[in-house]
Design a protein around this ligand. Structure first.
Ligand code: NAD
Length: 267
């Protein structure tokens, strides 16, 4: 594995499970020093042992979290080259079931915390001409008839990523986002295990399966690395093609094909 991150220090939030864990493991494999942050200590304990890994048990929505996380990274590694804003929570209610408290909670975890941590890390990223990677969602780029406060928050993540890239690009700081589709993680395993989910969601995904956290991490480390040195302000869907295709489910495609056959059969 090429050591693309040798001498680089990276902060990853939500690093104890799923996508954040896979990104952390991949960064360590590729030579990075990583500050892995999660509000649940158990997952952090499952990360590989490394003298380049520091774990930090913290809820990123806490008021002093940005300062504490940035200070800790500087104390251990001296610099910050990359910030991966991954911590997030889905499974949100529908608009008509969303209380003000629900709305605030989803915005707080998925948007406000990454906004505040990005602001705190910014002066240090300017020094290293570093970059930020935000984990958004296809629900931030496309409509889906559910999860209103989560979609609103992830839409904010997408807009903030582009805004950040435009404002700080001239100072050499990049920002990109990944919009995951269906990635099998501890956070999604319960819902994805149901037969109805599998039949309907996999049915509208060209690659006909869920993605893995490791596949997501492959795209993530590209953005974080110098291989993406001329890439900023981009939102990449890692979703098996789901958001770039419509009506691929068999019944609809079959109807179109039947109609085509009927129209052309006499020719
Ligand atoms: N898995 C998917 O299909 C999918 C799809 C779209 C977007 N995403 C996004 O990807 C990111 C990771 O999701 P995942 O599926 O790996 O979830 P996950 O639940 O497996 O892991 C999320 C991790 O974030 C941590 N976390 C949550 N809130 C936190 C907080 N306030 N402070 C610190 N840590 C916190 C959790 O403890 C957990 O370890 C999230 O932002 C999620 O919205 C996931």
């Amino acid at each position: 594995m090429p050591q693309r991150f040798e001498g680089r220090s990276v902060i990853v939030t939500g690093a104890g499970s799923g996508i954040g864990k896979a990104i952390t493991e991949r960064l360590l494999t590729e030579g990075a020093a990583v500050l892995a942050v999660d509000k649940v200590p158990d997952g952090l304990r499952t990360l590989p042992t490394s003298d380049r890994l520091v774990t930090h048990n913290q809820d990123v929505t806490e008021e002093d979290a940005p300062r504490m996380i940035v200070d800790l990274c500087l104390r251990h590694f001296g610099k910050i080259h990359v910030l991966v804003n991954n911590a997030g929570v889905g499974a949100a209610p529908r608009l008509h079931d969303t209380s003000d408290a629900d709305f605030d909670r989803y915005i707080d975890i998925n948007l406000r915390s990454m906004f505040r941590l990005s602001r705190e890390a910014l002066p240090h990223l300017k020094r290293t001409r570093g970059n930020v990677l935000n984990i958004a969602s296809v629900m931030g780029t496309h409509g889906m008839a559910t999860q209103a406060p989560y979609a609103a928050a992830k839409g904010g993540v997408v807009a903030f990523t582009r805004q950040f890239a435009a404002e700080y690009g001239p100072e050499g700081v990049r920002a990109n986002a990944i919009a995951p589709g269906m990635i099998l993680t501890p956070g999604t395993a319960g819902r994805f295990a149901t037969g109805a989910y599998q039949a309907r969601l996999i049915g509208v995904t060209p690659l006909q399966r869920y993605g893995s956290a490791e596949e997501l991490a492959s795209a993530a480390v590209f953005f974080c690395s110098d291989d993406a040195s001329y890439v900023t302000g981009q939102i990449l869907a890692v979703d098996g093609g789901a958001s770039s295709s419509i009506f691929i489910s068999d019944p609809i495609a079959d109807l179109w094909a039947e109609k085509y056959d009927a129209e052309h059969s006499s020719a």
